[in-house]
Design a protein around this ligand. Sequence first.
Ligand SMILES: [Zn+2]
Ligand SMILES: [Zn+2]
Length: 281
Amino acid sequence: MKAVCMKLFDQHLHSRHSFDSHAEPEDNVRRALELGLAGLSFTEHYDTHPDETPDCVFDENAYADTIAQLRDQHASKLFIGKGVEIDYQADNMDAIIAFIERNQFDIVLLSVHWSEGQPIHKQEIWRDRDPSDVTRRYLLSVLEAARHCERLHRDRPRVFDVLGHLDFCKRYSDRFAGSMHIEEHMDVIEDILTTCLAADIVPEVNTSTLRNDMPDPMPGPATIKRYAELGGTMMCVGSDAHIANDIGAGFNRALNMLRAADIEQLAVFQSRKRQGEPITE
Ligand SMILES: [Zn+2]
Ligand SMILES: [Zn+2]
């Protein structure tokens, strides 16, 4: 059985408006049109840690101009979303919220890239340590981020729409320690998922690991299934493409996993409003 979604959106990708991508936005759109996607939402990096701000050049005006130009040319064929991937930094939340409020985004991703004061992609964080312990600490950072969202949501509309790549650390435990330890910490995963539901934010299925010869997207089937059991009804999919060719990559597998877990809708965001698009067989 092959799962399909008639209105498929890639809602996690980067272009030259992110520090770590050289992709031309126009090339990304061309690729999405080739694939027949219904929507493509750019989610450029917004990083506020003092170690990263010198590299993270988020030019709000240039980005808005690019999106306006792309919409002028392609809006009749494809929804083009203006989004952002916010790096969770507990100390900077006021500035982050002000940044979100002064921009008109379609979708706001919250991603945890740091744990215990260090970026999780650094090899040092894994050196001479038990990878299962590093994994647990990373997941606890994700839980802290989700709880922050939940607190914010108590007295205002949600600030973030999507929790990006929930178990991102497995990419680096695989790379630096040669092992993955997610399912040992399902208790923390469960707390993260429950908190996402309370905070009204949707976890994404990030397919970038599938391009790195890893067996699962982030998160994998066990977490997706648990989310459905806890009452989750929709998730979104994102390629996290940094080059045009990676757009939409791995989506068939992700849709099959969602459907197998009884998640029957893809969460799609336009002007911050969420809609469910049916995933059928
Ligand atoms: Zn990320
Ligand atoms: Zn990303």
